[in-house]
Design a protein around this ligand. Sequence first.
Ligand SMILES: *Cc1c(COP(=O)(O)O)cnc(C)c1O
Length: 404
Amino acid sequence: MDYEKVFQDAVDKVKAEGRYRVFAHLERHAGNFPHATRHHDDGSTSEVVVWCSNDYLGQAQNKDVLAALSEAGARMGVGSGGTRNIAGTTYLHGELEKELADLHGKEAALLFTSGYVSNDAAISTIAQLMPDCIILSDALNHASMIAGIRHSGCEKRIYRHNDVAHLEEILKELPKAAPKLIAFESVYSMDGDISPMAAICDLADKYNAMTYLDEVHAVGLYGERGGGVSEREGVAHRITVIEGTLAKAFGLMGGYIAGSEAMVDAVRCAAPGFIFTTTLPPPLVAGAITSIRHVRATNDLRVRHQERAQRLKDLLVEAGLPVMPSVTHIVPIMVGDALRCKQATDMLLDDYGVYIQPINYPTVPVGTERLRITPTPFHDDGVMDELVAALKDVWMRLQLQKAA
Ligand SMILES: *Cc1c(COP(=O)(O)O)cnc(C)c1O
């Protein structure tokens, strides 16, 4: 067996499909977000504006967050030194969990090393705790939820994206007594649409199912205090498990679940993805507490975020660019072809200093390849006008499809 050849063939296949990913090596500038310096392989550099970060509110460079991180590091050291059960738990971990539980109006919360890990660990553990549990999953759920569903080993049924009628059709067929878990997201991050949460909760009540909600792209961004779409719609108390990340709107890293004391405790006792891995470093935890408190208290930031997204959508429509319908802060533009999507983003980066990643299969279905733009409160009118001009140029140079 020529092992190396197998690896090379795998890479060649991805390249042939136009899906090969090349990293942009950036040096960000705290205090000057979203501007960054790009480091080229030949040692030279160029200036870029970042348009595809999930640091939605620029909290990764917030002065108070940076100060909290440095202070905690200087005082307690950096690494956490172990798992939560063995020496890894500082008083700050407990404080952060209280903050997260309170953010969602839940009894308890549990930290994980990432949002991905929290979905994988929590879904698989919760479903395994229920004998013969059946998981009902939205067709567009994130890879981390799918991983959790697979690892549970339970029966799964997929309902059409955001289709409550289809969900009910499936629920109707299932044995009344069987435990059920409906897994869905609030904001779907590749299209920018929102799930019909209250209607899903109604079905959960009617068929006695648990609900598992991924609020990763909404925590910090929606609701008066940043509790997510479930806060905005007043349904947080009806959701069994709310899952979120510290890595997007809160600007750091880590994931969590929030829910009842018993549910959280059960996951804490049983989930390998919680038990057998070193926990978050104390400085990061301190930074997260500061960031969450700031974001909760600063609704202006959310208002400005939405205003910026709307402004960009308006400019793109005006320019005749095929911006996809989105009711959120996510601004996708359809290209519809992997190779051309990659050509467009290469051109934007090399010729215009505009950094946007192409979104290709398997993240989205083949034929719906797109650019995904995430304007933040720090993207001012100046950079927006430059972006739109660059996009118009690239659309002309590559003869891409304009808006219908
Ligand atoms: C990013 C993302 C995650 C994973 O969160 P991380 O903290 O980045 O691991 C989970 N769910 C959804 C929908 C995401 O987009």
